[in-house]
Design a protein around this ligand. Structure first.
Ligand SMILES: *Cc1c(COP(=O)(O)O)cnc(C)c1O
Length: 841
């Protein structure tokens, strides 16, 4: 049952010769490969332009049209070629077969609340979903055995309408799953698969859909089954809509029923990747299933299975995590906890920083950490921020040792490049440009001649100008904040882009700080700029909506610059693609450190766009004067209005004195040499690195392969390793309070300090702990200094007393060093799963 296929009976009027259209229409690879565009365009040019949904086009095609195409040898030959190209893509040897072919890794289950794959399947709200979509696409390209798990929302995220005053109106068009490019999953006998789940005492029917993304599959669950009571059918209506209870219900569906689905389909997931804490209940269900299969208790099951779980956090503030009132958890989980064989209190403790505090809400991120074998943030800076946020779970551990690593996000490059950019990269770097080792493309693109590079940039900009003009022609009402006859944008003018969620921390109105100065930028006689804006504010975010209104009011009240600034309503993936392809420079102004990573700026790289951005998220690690511009000072200033004004000043200054002159100073051929040098460096250095190609490789090597080994070791031989680990942990935790230090003696001998300390271990064996000399890192971001000490003779007359000795280099003052005791076990993840620590001072 693993692979859903469309039964021919569902398509009685599709001629035999056109059968291959079905798998092509249902493979979302069309969202980036464009090989099959010609087919859909031939079938229905208008529907293709308006919906970009081949599956809808195929279903709506008239039998007469299909019959005619089946008789058209040209169309049939093309179809055969395109189908053959797809087969080659699916069968091509992949990178993963090389590096992971022999690893104990069957499938990687990837859970996310939202997936942004294409506008024809609108199940996302923003960055998190787009990242998940880009990830699945790149997993297909690299051959990772990934299975996505998500929800199918009847209404998805809201769509934006603006009135002429700039007030945002939220609307919710319906997603009819039978029109979306997905198909229902069927059982072996062809029946549509429905799962059951007992929610809060009632059994509900869960429908299951499958989307195909090249080699990768995505399963989507929803509750809109007519057999369910009407109130429950609405549980999956909106993404991030509704209240706390609905969010909990959605997360139960995603994590618990999502994992049950994998089992029902017989897909053995060795690795479970929680993309954000929403799906953390999956760790419970994975453990529960392990309990049943291997007849072990919850603790053992969790100890084994967590080794195969990875938690990626995307939140830069503790308030961003989902938290549920304990009473709600009790209501939804008392039955479930019975099946785990644990009291609800034990489950609640997994979601609290202080397990003993009965009033503390249940935090999904805490559950995710306690159920995972590794945790990572999504940029270097966000890794550090997350270590701070998660430090309450690791009391007395130095920040540098809070167990959170990082993998910086990346974008699926072929999804965001323009046809012209793609041609340039293909001509320069060959067909393997997006799947080869990221280092290989660098030097090649650096050597591209100025003419083709500038030509490409110019065409990209021209295409965006045309897109904006066409958009107004199609949806004039969306532009009624402008006089109807205003010419929009100019293909020769430096084009800036700013498109993202309108919310306070992103400061979408930073450029409006000094309107007079901004006007001078737009109206400059020699160095004019133009600006393309887009973005939605959450329906509950009044401040965000006010900032949006400020922009519309600014545009309306300055007819002298009409057409230089446009706000495109209803920002979505399709629009994002056009904007990032066309702009010369991309502006991003978050308050550091609230942009965990940010990906939109990465999308302009392949198209030769430059970044002007706050030193936050990915830009804090990508920025160098050779590749773009930075604002801020690399430090945090919270929401200080004076600092906001300072950064606005910086931004104007950069635009006036650096960006605009570099763009307009041309050589005799009309080429801006300074601008081009930056473009070339940005493309060469940043495009390959800030790609999902690099990201997926890094997840594989840094996490998937090692975690799969860890899981295999804990599982085999009747969980011998995990059992030993649990026994050790129990001993350690029950004895820890008895540990203490005696006398410490430090002597300098040449270039080392010799440390000698009396340690009382009570009934713990010396092997159960590590006594070590410790010093904080010299520079933030570096590793702490640690030197092991070894037990010497037992202390006379003591129980479990030992004299420990060790040495540390005398490169730093002696008072930088201290001595501590930490747990030691070769198979344990310390301090992720055992947190005690004892300091000598
Ligand atoms: C890329 C993208 C985002 C994420 O942009 P950020 O700058 O990371 O916030 C949001 N929405 C859409 C439609 C996108 O394409």
């Amino acid at each position: 049952m693993a692979d859903a296929v469309y039964p021919p009976a569902c398509f009685p009027h599709l001629p035999e010769a056109l059968r291959e259209l079905i798998p092509l229409a249902l493979d979302l690879r069309w969202s980036w490969s464009h090989v099959s565009d010609v087919l859909w365009e031939t079938l229905d040019p208008e529907a293709w332009r308006l919906t970009g949904n081949p599956w809808l086009i195929l279903q709506n095609a008239s039998p007469a049209k299909l019959e005619a195409l089946a008789q058209d040898p040209d169309f049939c030959r093309r179809l055969e070629e395109i189908a053959a190209e797809r087969r080659r893509y699916l069968e091509r040897p992949t990178w993963f077969q090389e590096v992971g072919g022999k690893a104990p890794l069957r499938h990687i289950a990837y859970f996310c609340m939202e997936f942004g794959l294409t506008e024809a399947l609108p199940l996302y709200s923003g960055g998190l979903g787009i990242l998940a979509g880009d990830y699945l696409k790149n997993c297909s390209d690299l051959g990772l055995p990934v299975i996505g798990i998500g929800l199918l929302y009847q209404e998805g995220y809201f769509r934006q309408i603006l009135d002429e005053e700039g007030n945002q109106v939220a609307v919710y068009p319906n997603n009819n799953p039978w029109e979306l490019p997905v198909m229902p999953v069927r059982t072996d006998d062809g029946q549509i698969l429905r799962m059951h789940y007992r929610f809060n005492g009632f059994n509900l029917w869960v429908r299951v859909w499958q989307a195909r993304i090249g080699r990768t599959r995505l399963y989507l669950l929803d509750l809109n089954d007519p057999a369910n009571p009407p109130s429950d059918r609405c549980i999956t209506d909106r993404l991030y809509g509704g209240g706390t209870e609905q969010r909990l219900q959605q997360e139960i569906l995603l994590g618990i029923v999502g994992w049950q689905l994998l089992e029902r389909l017989g897909l053995e997931a060795t690795l479970c990747h929680l993309n954000e804490g929403h799906a953390a209940f999956a760790v419970l269900e994975r453990a529960r299933s392990y309990m049943r299969r291997h007849r072990v208790d919850f603790e053992l099951a969790l100890t084994v299975t967590r080794a195969g779980n990875l938690f990626t956090t995307h939140t830069p503030v503790a308030a961003g995590f989902d938290r549920f009132p304990p009473a709600l958890i009790r209501r939804y989980f008392s039955y479930y906890c019975d099946t785990l064989g644990i009291p609800v209190a034990q489950l609640l403790a997994l979601g609290r920083s202080d397990p003993a505090d009965d009033s503390e809400p249940f935090n999904m991120a805490w559950l995710a950490i306690r159920g995972s074998g590794a945790v990572n943030g999504v940029s270097r800076l966000h890794g550090a921020v997350s270590r701070r946020i998660f430090s309450p779970l690791f009391p007395r551990w130095p920040l540098a040792e809070v167990p959170v690593g990082h993998v910086t996000n990346g974008v699926h490059t072929p999804s965001w490049d323009s046809p012209e950019s793609d041609r340039l990269w293909t001509d320069t770097c060959g067909e393997e440009r997006w799947v080869c080792d990221p280092c290989q493309t660098r030097e090649l693109i650096r050597k591209v001649d100025a003419e083709p590079l500038w030509e490409c940039r110019t065409r990209n900009r021209r295409r965006l100008v045309q897109f904006v003009r066409d958009l107004r022609a199609q949806r004039p009402a969306s532009f009624n904040y402008l006089p109807a006859d205003t010419p929009l944008l100019d293909p020769n003018i430096l084009t800036l882009g700013f498109a993202r969620r309108f919310t306070c921390y992103k400061r979408p109105n930073l450029l409006l700080t000094d309107p007079a100065r901004l006007l001078r930028l737009f109206a400059h006689p020699h160095y004019p700029v133009q600006l393309v804006l887009a973005g939605k504010a959450h329906p509950q975010d009044w401040e965000g909506q006010a900032m949006l209104r400020d922009w519309i009011q600014f545009i309306r009240s300055h007819p002298e610059i009409a057409g230089r600034v446009v706000f495109l309503p209803d920002y979505d993936m399709q629009m994002a693609e056009q904007i990032v392809e066309g702009v010369d420079a991309w502006i991003n102004t978050p308050r550091r450190p609230w942009e965990a990573c940010g990906t939109s700026g990465m999308k302009v790289l392949v198209n030769g766009g430059l970044n002007i951005s706050e030193l936050d998220g990915w830009w804090a690690e990508a920025y160098d004067p050779a590749v773009g511009w930075a604002i801020g000072d690399g430090r945090e200033h919270d929401a200080d209005p004076a600092w906001d004004r300072f950064e606005a000043e910086q931004l104007y200054q950069i635009l006036e004195t650096e960006v605009a002159p570099a763009f307009y100073q041309r050589d005799s051929r009309g080429i801006p040499t300074r601008w081009l040098a930056k473009m070339r460096e940005s493309m060469a250095r940043l495009t390959p690195h800030f790609s999902a190609n690099r990201m997926v490789r890094q997840y594989t090597e840094q996490y998937y392969l090692p975690l799969a080994q860890d899981y295999a070791r804990r599982h085999r031989d009747d969980q011998a390793v995990a059992r030993d680990l649990i026994a050790w942990r129990h001993r350690l935790e029950s004895q820890w309070h008895t540990l203490h230090f005696g006398e410490l003696e430090v002597k300098r001998e040449g270039d080392v300090y010799r440390f000698q300390v009396q340690v009382y271990l009570g009934s713990l064996a010396p092997e159960a702990v590590q006594v070590e000399i410790y010093a904080d890192p010299e520079e933030p971001g570096e590793a702490p200094w640690r030197f092991p000490m070894t037990p010497g003779h037992p202390l006379l007359g003591s129980v479990g007393g030992f004299l420990y000795q060790g040495e540390a280099p005398a490169l730093r003052p002696q008072e930088h060093y201290t001595v501590r005791i930490v747990p030691r076990h070769t198979e344990a993840k310390i301090p992720l799963e055992v947190t005690p620590i004892l300091w000598q001072r």
